[in-house]
Ligand binder design. Sequence first.
Ligand code: GDG
Length: 485
Amino acid sequence: PAESSEHETPRRLVIVSNRLPYRFEGDGAGGFSFERSVGGLVTGLGPLHEEAGNLWIGWADAAEGLADEGRAALDGALAERACRAVFLDTKDAKRYYEGFSNSAVWPLFHGFPHLARFDKGEWEAYRRVNERFRDAVVAEARSGDVLWVQDYHLMLLPSLLREALPDARIGFFLHIPFPDYETFRMLPWRGEIVRGLLGADLIGFHAYDYVRHFLSSCRRIAGIENASGTLMADGRLVQADAFPLGIDYERYRDAARTPAVRRAAAEFAAEKGHEGCKVMLSVERLDYSKGIPDRLNAYDAFLDRHPEWAGRVVLVLVTVPSRENVGSYRALKKRIDELVGLINGKHSTMDWTPVDYYYRSLPFNQLAGLYVASDVMLVTPLRDGMNLVCKEYLACHDGDGGVLVLSEMAGASSELHEAITVNPFDLEGLVSAMEQALAMPADEQRRRNAPMQHRLARYTSRKWAREFLDAMDETKRRQEGLGAR
Ligand code: GDG
């Protein structure tokens, strides 16, 4: 009987994340231009947001400096796109985003504690911003809505919402790793974060390892035990579980077959003089978690040891600008610029440059064209919650070869074991992986890719969202069965 009306009238889904799924710019005359944002989160949730009736609430980061009138105009334009903006105080926004989120949580959760800064003022701004988000969500929420909070910027929001809307359906998904207890305990506000998350009914992670880490922190920090991921927090049943995010497989598979993408791939090879070269590709936000210098050092060592590959291989390195106001990102950019310069200076010949380097974001067709044109995809992060680039590459090579070299530190590696797996800290291992990838026979490439492609085609981002939302329904039923809220 509990099944009843739930499946007859779909509930409205309210997605809440740091950023909205659009970038926008004012034209100075009260109008705005919008462009879909780039990033893992939007790739995953975009298709769901586009379904009728759903809503996305996020920070209007480009709205600073807009007067009330401008904000009203922006609100109107966003409403047409099923979005609602949260406006933040400029100083708080900086301390919350560049500060606590990206200078404390991001480095710590990715296992770079030496890069983490724990600043009380930034923590307080993080709390205030989470409260601003609570106010924005409460102003929009209708009874029956599913409130789905996304990611590490908003870890206090589930419990803030729970206080304001005790009966709400609240889900939380973390897109980055949850670190082991020994790392997490370094955070001065670890108790507040754990309790903040426990305001949700369902807490999702990309991988079981992250679930285990979270549960162990609940036990050791808050004294809350669990049975198979079920916890009791303040007398309320909460479930933690793994939901590995997939991609919109058909979109990439089909894009790879369009004339525009085929043309982009062919032009790339011809114009850059890469004909006759094997292409190794890497694409990511410029981020220290992605292992870019380690990969470049390995490529340098590979070229040292394999002069026979001179003029026959090129590494296309696409780094997308990210968090440029955070010091550690600027330092990394400098280091990568230098390394690319060193490698090209050392190995180039008059008609061959070993690293083809881009520091910008590419339009979708060009990105897909690059995937198609590449013989080897190097995805070697030092730590990555999931990583979608490796999945997109395989989808663009549907039914075909192409070699994926994948870090065992990416969440995706637990699903993609037919790839060449590497420890990204092991220079020798990276060099051997490059050798193996460049020499792999075509039939072996296809044999390895087929089962991975099959899995990715089945477990799409839409399926991910559906499973998460079904698990929320299930959690609610169990709560009702217990007579708990
Ligand atoms: C976080 C977690 C997790 C990249 N460059 C361009 C471009 N992209 C698109 C890719 C892909 C997305 O951005 C990147 O997603 P990733 O998953 O690889 O990495 P993060 O941005 O770090 O995402 C990650 C993810 O959240 C989802 O939960 O997997 O672990 O760190 O879709 O295609 N798109 C275009 N031009 C580019 O230059 N158009």
